[in-house]
Design a protein around this ligand. Sequence first.
Ligand code: GDP
Ligand code: IMO
Ligand code: MG
Length: 423
Amino acid sequence: MAVDLLLGLQWGDEGKGKIVDVLTSKYNIIARFQGGPNAGHTLEFDGIKHVLRTIPSGIFHKNVINLVGNGVVIDPVVFVKELEGLDQFGLDYKKNLLISRKAHIILPTHRLLDAASEAAKGKAKIGSTLKGIGPTYMDKTGRNGIRVGDLEMHNWEHKYRALANKHEKMIAFYDVNIQYDLEELEEEFFQAVRQLKELQFIDSEAYIHQAQKEGKTILAEGAQGSLLDVDFGTYPFVTSSNTTAAGACTGLGVPPNKVKDVYGIFKAYTTRVGSGPFPTELFDETGEKMAKIGNEFGAVTGRPRRCGWLDLVALKYAVQVNGVTQLMMMKGDVLSGFKTLKVCTAYKYKGAQIQHLPYNIESENVEPVYTEVKGWDADLTGMTKADQFPKEFNDYVAFLEEELQVPIKLVSVGPDRKQTIER
Ligand code: GDP
Ligand code: IMO
Ligand code: MG
């Protein structure tokens, strides 16, 4: 069977975790293909809320295999804590959670390097989650990394020591004040590695290939969002992996001609956490209202998320880069009670009006051009069928479909699994 992809189309936190969980009953395998514990994917059902970091969001479905693909970077310390968080739910993760031998390992010194790099950048900092993501991917492409498969080799600790020593020199080179006790960090790290080794490590690309041959259904779960993609995002204010559709091919070993549906997920407005340009950002009480109603605080760092209107210029770009076949709109409920909604449909750029995302989207280069649409008052959170939606909400969705030329097949009206409506 072909593989379907689920990808965030904005700057992350679109609600990927919730939707993967909702869709999991249709799949045999859920596979994460990039990113690492910089992600925070929230699931809510039966009155519980759970935030997953590296573990795929299908984990609560007992008969589904959850695979951490080769494109992911794993911090054993965070991973083991995540597993401990799952213990109370009686999940058999030794059976249904698989880890690619080719996934790279985040070392304690990668985290320290992340902090040192950010401190050295000062005001120009990326606003990284400080989970060591950038330095780990740098070691991957620099061909210095330690992979999950290495943990099965007898000499891996030598390799570890050589790399950690090098990292310590690099940290000193940054000449910033980073306090750490490496011995303590290592004790925690090696303990976590021992626990990680109790899980199943596999040759994941062979596993995926075989599963496809057997007709198994696979959903690839993206982390972050298209505008954080290292190639296509708002560089340098991005993460260090390919968050877009192509990343699922390299992050799992799935050939491009085996990808079927590409589910693109977006919020009915826009948020961003960390630094970087954000043309439709609001600095007024409208933005504050969105943040408050939408409870826009980072699932990983707790940082407040910046909020603004929906940006169709950026969204169209994400739809194109990913080849999105179906859209899913999240958090429509948050916009209830706004008299008028604005949607950015073009940018003013160098004296002209443009409809594509240019190289420079900083506020000094682009000014959003808005189309205003009528808002709605009704509370959407209790609605269970599309025919209950107010006319203005349907008009908003229809307007977006017309602009994006892709159907919005699903809308979400609250954080719970059940607050999900197919159209
Ligand atoms: P992810 O990183 O894409 O999985 O998204 P996050 O979990 O970081 O952030 C999405 C947040 O919005 C979480 O707190 C979800 O519980 C919440 N959420 C998801 N869908 C909806 C929705 O339709 N309405 C509301 N109000 N909250 C939602
Ligand atoms: P999910 O999967 C939102 C942002 C950080 C920072 C930049 C680089 O939950 O949507 P990194 O730690 O990757 O070096 O940080 O990317 N960022 C995210 N923002 N959601 C995420 O993941 C993010 N992962 C990274 O805030 O601006
Ligand atoms: Mg998140």
